[in-house]
Structure formats: structure tokens, C-alpha cells
Design a protein around this ligand. Structure first.
Ligand code: SF4
Length: 223
């Protein structure tokens, strides 16, 4: 199956979705957003990497910043922080360049490497978009973390690709139904940028309707 352009979802939502499906729905279906320190810091880091006035060519390496990407198979669109094109015999041709190049996506993250695989999923989705656009295979990419100022090589194997496909499919299903999942409080709620909008504690309380029904039935019993 292939998606039409007007049905594309934002690739960046994969991270929100794997953190919390409700957070994703609040942002991407209900268009709610709230800044906190983490999102502001992350934004500043991305502003630097997304300054596409910077063009770099270092020997056999071309560095492209903020490259727009999409996948019709996954139905997503977004941008890569950085795509490195390494001159290689088994690479792809690039418009206006001699020779062939192997594309390698590099995603920039503030802070330290995480325990979960959210960053890997995002990077893999970028690679899958590039593969579809450039007709190539991209077996690996890199995650650069701001705190250790180091980049880690990530192998993009079949297992992680299947996870990306499943997440994109589920995002489309929820989006088509305009369905926001109910609150399921987790440890992640403390760090969630939408906690004040989502109100996980309040949502755990009974609804006003349930409260009124209970109160009315208590009054009837007393009478
Ligand atoms: S506060 Fe918790 S349940 Fe609500 S969107 Fe954030 S992570 Fe999800």
C-alpha cells in the first residue's frame, strides 16, 4: 500500500508515539503543544543542525543539512538533521555531482543515550525514507548525543524496520479515526511536556457524571 501526500504524517511523531500514544495524539491529532525545558533545549540544538545555509564538502564527503524526506510506503514526511554522502563505488548518483555516494543519516539529540529505542526508531524511519527516495539500501546510521558529544553507530536491521512499519500503520489508523488514547500514567509522565494539558492524575479521578450518579443514588438510599 502507498499513501497519498495529503495523508502523510510527521516522521517526528514516531518518537512521541513510542513515548506515549496519547502524547502523540494530543500533539498530532488535537494540535496541542506545551514547551518545557527539554523541548526548548532540543529546539536550540536542532536549530543549529537545521541551518541549511551551511553547505559542506570535505574531500570525498558531502554534508547535507535539513534534507526534506518522505516515504509513500510508510506515509510519513520530515527532515533529516544531517545526511552524509560518502563517495563510494556502490553508492547513488547525486544531481550536479561527479561519482556515486552512499547516504548515511545522522540524527542529533540533546542529553545522553536513552534506555529505550525511540531515537533508533526515528533514525531508522529516516533511513527508510532515504532508501525509497534514492533507491538504495542504508544499513546503518548515527545518533549524535549532545552531552557526551559523541556519535553512536546504529545498525538498521530487519527487526527495527518492522517496528517502524508497525508504528506508522498504527499512527495512521488512530489518525484516521481521530482517536486520542485514554490516559495510562507511567513514570514517563513526570518528564512529559504535555503533563499539564493531559492531566494524568485528574483523568484517573471519576468523571463528573459518575460523581453525580453516585451522589444521587446515595441521596435516594437515605430517603
Ligand atoms: S502525561 Fe503521561 S499519559 Fe499524559 S500524554 Fe504525557 S506521558 Fe502520556
Amino acid at each position: 500500500m502507498e499513501y497519498n501526500e495529503e495523508d502523510f504524517l510527521l516522521l517526528s511523531g514516531i518518537q512521541h508515539f513510542s513515548f506515549c500514544k496519547r502524547q502523540w495524539a494530543l500533539i498530532h491529532i488535537e494540535q496541542q503543544w506545551q514547551e518545557n525545558l527539554r523541548t526548548v533545549e532540543g529546539g536550540i540544538l536542532h536549530e543549529k543542525t537545521h541551518d541549511n545555509t551551511i553547505k559542506e564538502k570535505r574531500g570525498d564527503l558531502i554534508i547535507s543539512r535539513s534534507m526534506a524526506i518522505f516515504s509513500r510506503k510508510l506515509g510519513i514526511t520530515g527532515a533529516c538533521d544531517v545526511v552524509e554522502f560518502h563517495k563510494s563505488r556502490d553508492g547513488v548518483t547525486l544531481y550536479g555531482r561527479d561519482g556515486t555516494y552512499k547516504p548515511v543519516p545522522v540524527e542529533y539529540k540533546r542529553g545522553k543515550p536513552k534506555q529505550d529505542n525511540m531515537d533508533v526508531l526515528q533514525l531508522c524511519a529516516q533511513a527508510m525514507c532515504l532508501e525509497e527516495m534514492l533507491l538504495c539500501t542504508i544499513p546503518e546510521g548515527f545518533l549524535f548525543y549532545g552531552e557526551p558529544k559523541r556519535r553512536l553507530k546504529v545498525l538498521l536491521d530487519e527487526e527495527i524496520r518492522e517496528q517502524v512499519k508497525a508504528i506508522c500503520q498504527e499512527m495512521h489508523e488512530l489518525y484516521d479515526r481521530r482517536y486520542t488514547p485514554k490516559v495510562k500514567p507511567t513514570k514517563g509522565c513526570k518528564a512529559c511536556s504535555l503533563s499539564e494539558l493531559c492531566l494524568p492524575k485528574l483523568c484517573k479521578n471519576p468523571s463528573a457524571l459518575a460523581y453525580m450518579k453516585k451522589t444521587i443514588s446515595e441521596i435516594e438510599v437515605d430517603e
